[in-house]
Design a protein around this ligand. Structure first.
Ligand code: MLT
Length: 312
């Protein structure tokens, strides 16, 4: 009946395709998580979801695009810990995470792995630290741009090891992993949702995981704490966002669809295979997500300041 349907009041929503923007390259960990939940979410919403990769600047280009999109629920952002670090790393960010977005809900918190090209000399994490200290000028460390999870993990590694390495930025850790397998770059810190397959295939070497406990699907990979660098502790939390001003009923519908997707057995199984799990249902809510983002913004502002890194 045209009138109330699709008027953005949330009543007829959705009545057109929904785009979820992934601010990193296709095939990377953020893209993988998004494509895992897109169909179950679309089913729960009774609509269609398309995933669009908008790369650049550690995820801030894609995030900025969504901040400026119409607040009608048809443009959604999937982003991760990088949402909480960008304000401390970018002078002219162009958006304020808490002001320019509504949080929809948390999705998953992904462990990271320290991985290297398979013929890189060090065979253990301890040998890696010794090696990079002796060869700092030569060793290359891949990441997905300033503020990306791989960049943050690399920051923690370098400050704990007391070295400055040559960082090689990519538009996402999907392409970075391709170069790692090809031997064009030495090592990287990246999420199990991206590296699990290549570790299992023996195409990259895994030195450690960055979680307090070992990852069930990577039982032989020690934790950084076991390997002597407890400071290297970081998990990549992911959440969904819409532009500020999106009608609350629409936000609620998206959060309910996210909750349904995270309860989908295929999603649970796929995440487990890749070393992670959905957040508990209570965390897939706008309130829990906002609390997490608020807490993480202050935690990372301090970590980045303590590491002596200035916004650029
Ligand atoms: C990606 O999806 O490429 C990663 O999330 C990039 C990163 O944050 O390291």
């Amino acid at each position: 009946n045209g009138g109330t349907e699709g008027s953005g009041s949330g009543g007829g929503y959705p009545d057109q395709n929904i785009t979820i923007v992934v601010p990193f390259s296709a095939g990377g960990p953020t893209d993988t998580v998004t494509r895992m939940i897109a169909d179950p979410m679309a089913k729960a919403l009774g609509g269609k979801i398309v995933v669009q990769n908008v790369e650049g600047a550690g995820g801030t280009v894609g995030a900025g695009q969504v901040a400026r999109a119409k607040p009608d629920g048809y443009t959604v952002l999937m982003h991760h810990i990088g949402m909480s670090t960008a304000p401390a790393l970018y002078k002219d960010l162009g958006y304020q995470p808490l002001e320019d977005f509504e949080t929809v809900g948390l999705v998953t918190e992904v462990p990271m792995t320290v991985v290297a090209r398979k013929n890189f000399e060090p065979t253990t994490f301890g040998e890696l630290v010794t090696y990079v200290k002796a060869n700092a000028g030569k060793v290359t460390l891949a990441n997905a741009g300033i503020g990306a999870a791989s960049h943050l993990c690399g920051l923690l590694f370098q400050s704990a090891a007391g070295v400055k390495l040559q960082e090689v930025p990519y538009e996402g850790t999907g392409p970075a992993l391709t170069d790692l397998v090809g031997g064009q770059v030495d090592f990287m810190c990246d999420q199990t949702t991206n590296t699990s397959g290549q570790i299992a295939a023996g195409e990259v070497k895994a030195y450690a995981v960055t979680t307090p406990d070992r990852v069930k699907s990577l039982p032989d990979v020690p934790t950084t704490a076991e390997a002597g660098m407890p400071q290297l502790a970081v998990s990549v939390w992911h959440g969904l966002y819409v532009p500020a001003g999106t009608p609350p009923e629409v936000v609620q519908k998206l959060s309910a669809a996210l909750t349904a997707a995270l309860a989908d057995q295929a999603v649970i199984d796929q995440m487990a295979k890749l070393g992670t799990a959905p957040v508990p249902a209570a965390d897939a809510t706008p309130q829990a997500h906002e609390a997490k983002l608020t807490e993480q913004l202050s935690i990372w502002a301090k970590i980045i300041a303590d590491a002596g890194v200035k916004a650029s």
